[in-house]
Design a protein around this ligand. Structure first.
Ligand code: UDX
Length: 431
C-alpha cells in the first residue's frame, strides 16, 4: 500500500515515519524545500525522541522518502493523509487555508480510487466540506474522505504512535473504511484498539478529548488555589482523587497552566464550533478562563517574593512542558514576559527550547545551565517540568545565589528538603 503524508510538522513527520516503520511505503510531502532537503539528510526539524533513528532506518530501507510538491506520489497513492497546520485565527477559529490548499493539490492529482484522510485536528464538518470540494471535479465513487485524528503528545510522539490507547477511524464510505483497516492491520495485530465510527463523531472525539483534559488540568489548578487558602496539600488531594478509578491519576498535576500547540488552540476552536451551532460548552469556557488566570497566579507568586523590588529571577524552563523544545503558548515564556514587564531581570535556562524561546522573546537573557542562571539571582523559579530540575544540586545553587528563595511552579522539589537546606520555598497549592 502506498501512502502520502502532506505536511511534515510534528504530526505529519511522526505519522509518516511510524507508518514506514510498520512496513508501508510512505512519501512525506512539504512545500518547504529547505526542510525536505534537510530531512533527506536525516536532519530533524524538531526534537522528538526516537524520531531520527526511525527516519534514518526507513529512508535507508527505501520505505520512506521526502518530496517537495509530491504530485506524482500523490497520484499513485492509495491513501493520502492531510497533516498540515490548522493554526488559530484571532477569533479562536482554526485557519483552514493550508488544508484547502492541500486538498486542491490532491484534487488536481487524483486518478483512481483513493482515500483522503484528515490527520490534522480539523473542526467538525471539515470532512463533509472536503468531500464537496472533491465532488466539484470528481465523481463520489472514486474517493472517500475519512477522519483519523492523532493523539500523540510532544516529547513521546513516537511511543504514542506505536502504542496508542486507541486508533479512531471515522469513515462514511465502506470501501474507504476497508482500505484504512488494511493500512492499520499491522498495528491492530500489535494490540492497538481500533474504534470505527462516522466521520463527524471522529472529528469531535479529538476536540472532546483535548477539551476534557484541559478541563481536568484547570480543575486541579483552581483547586490548588483553594488548597493554599484552606491549608490543604494539592498533591495529596490529587492523589486521593486519582485513586478513584473513575477519575484516574493522569493530568492532575497543578502548574502554571496548560500550553502547547494543542490544548489552547483546540479548546478555542471547539468553543468557536459550539458558538456557531448555538450549543454552549460552559465547562470548556471556564477551563479556558481559569487557564488564563493560572499563569497570572503563578507569576504573582514570583512578584510577591520580589516584594516590589527590582530583583533578578533565575527562570528554569522555557518549553511549554518537559521533554520538548516547543514554546508555543508556553506558560514559562508568558511568565518571563510578565516578570520583565514589571522590572524583574530574568536569566533563563532550558535544556532544549532556548533557540525557539529567543525567536519569540528576542530580548530574553538565556544562559547555558541552571547554575549560570542561578548565579547572583534573588530567586529560583521552576516553570517547566524537565527531569533535570528534579535533581538540581541545591546546596551548590544556594552558595551561588544572592538569596536562597525557590518558587517551584511545577511542585518538582520536596519542600521539606528545600527548607532543611535553608531555602524559603513556595510551591503551588501546598504550604
Ligand atoms: C496534547 C494531548 O495530550 C495529545 O493527545 C494531543 O494530540 C495534543 O495535545 P501535548 O500538547 O504534546 O499533547 O502535551 P501534554 O503532555 O498533553 O500537555 C499539555 C499541557 O498540559 C502542558 O503545558 C503540560 O505542562 C500541561 N499539563 C499536563 C499540566 O499542567 N498538568 C498535567 O497534569 C498534565
Amino acid at each position: 500500500m502506498k501512502v502520502v503524508v502532506i505536511g511534515t510538522g510534528y504530526v505529519g513527520l511522526v505519522t509518516g515515519a511510524c507508518l514506514s516503520e510498520y512496513g508501508l511505503s510512505v512519501t512525506c510531502v512539504d512545500l518547504d524545500s529547505d526542510k525536505i532537503s534537510r530531512l533527506r539528510k536525516n536532519e530533524m526539524p524538531i526534537y522528538e525522541p526516537g524520531l531520527k533513528e526511525i527516519v534514518e532506518k526507513n529512508q535507508k530501507a527505501g520505505r520512506l522518502s521526502f518530496e517537495v510538491n509530491g504530485e506524482r506520489s500523490i497520484s499513485e497513492a492509495d491513501v493520502v493523509f492531510l497533516a498540515v497546520g490548522t493554526p488559530p485565527l484571532p477569533d479562536g477559529s482554526a485557519d483552514m487555508k493550508y488544508v484547502y490548499e492541500a486538498v486542491r493539490t490532491f484534487s488536481r492529482n487524483h486518478r483512481s480510487y483513493q482515500v483522503l484522510v484528515t490527520k490534522s485536528t480539523v473542526p467538525v464538518g471539515t470532512g463533509a466540506r472536503l468531500e464537496e470540494i472533491m465532488m466539484e471535479n470528481h465523481s463520489g465513487d472514486t474517493f472517500a474522505v475519512a477522519s483519523n485524528p492523532e493523539f500523540l503528545r510532544e516529547g513521546c510522539a513516537v511511543a504514542d504512535f506505536m502504542n496508542p490507547d486507541r486508533i479512531v477511524i471515522g469513515c462514511n464510505d465502506p470501501k474507504g473504511l476497508k482500505v484504512l483497516l488494511d493500512l492499520y492491520e499491522p498495528m491492530r495485530k500489535a494490540n492497538a484498539p481500533i474504534l470505527v465510527t462516522d466521520r463527524a463523531s471522529s472529528e469531535l472525539i479529538k476536540y472532546a478529548s483535548n477539551a476534557f483534559l484541559s478541563v481536568k488540568i484547570s480543575f486541579v489548578n483552581e483547586l490548588s488555589r483553594l488548597a493554599e487558602k484552606v491549608g490543604a496539600d494539592i498533591a495529596s488531594v490529587a492523589q486521593g482523587m486519582g485513586m478513584d478509578k473513575r477519575i484516574g491519576p493522569a493530568f492532575l498535576l497543578p502548574g502554571p497552566g496548560y500550553g502547547g500547540s494543542c490544548f489552547p488552540k483546540d479548546t478555542k476552536a471547539l468553543l468557536d464550533t459550539s458558538r456557531a451551532f448555538g450549543s454552549p460548552l460552559r465547562l470548556v469556557d471556564a477551563a479556558e478562563q481559569a487557564n488564563r488566570e493560572q499563569v497570572e497566579f503563578a507569576a504573582g507568586k514570583v512578584l510577591a517574593a520580589a516584594g516590589g523590588e527590582k530583583k533578578t529571577a533565575a527562570l528554569l524552563g522555557l518549553a511549554f512542558k518537559g521533554g520538548t523544545d516547543d514554546v508555543r503558548e508556553s506558560p514559562a515564556l508568558k511568565i518571563a514576559e510578565i516578570l520583565m514587564s514589571k522590572g524583574i531581570a530574568v536569566k533563563a535556562y532550558d535544556p532544549e527550547a532556548s533557540a525557539n524561546a529567543l525567536r519569540e522573546v528576542p530580548g530574553l537573557d538565556v544562559v547555558g545551565s541552571a547554575a549560570e542562571a542561578a548565579k547572583d539571582a534573588d530567586m529560583l523559579v521552576i516553570a517547566t517540568e524537565w527531569n533535570e530540575f528534579k535533581t538540581l544540586d541545591l546546596p551548590r545553587l544556594k552558595e551561588i545565589m544572592k538569596s536562597p528563595v525557590i518558587i517551584d511552579l511545577r511542585n518538582l522539589l520536596d519542600p521539606n528538603h528545600c527548607r532543611e537546606l535553608g531555602f524559603a520555598y513556595t510551591g503551588i497549592g501546598r504550604a
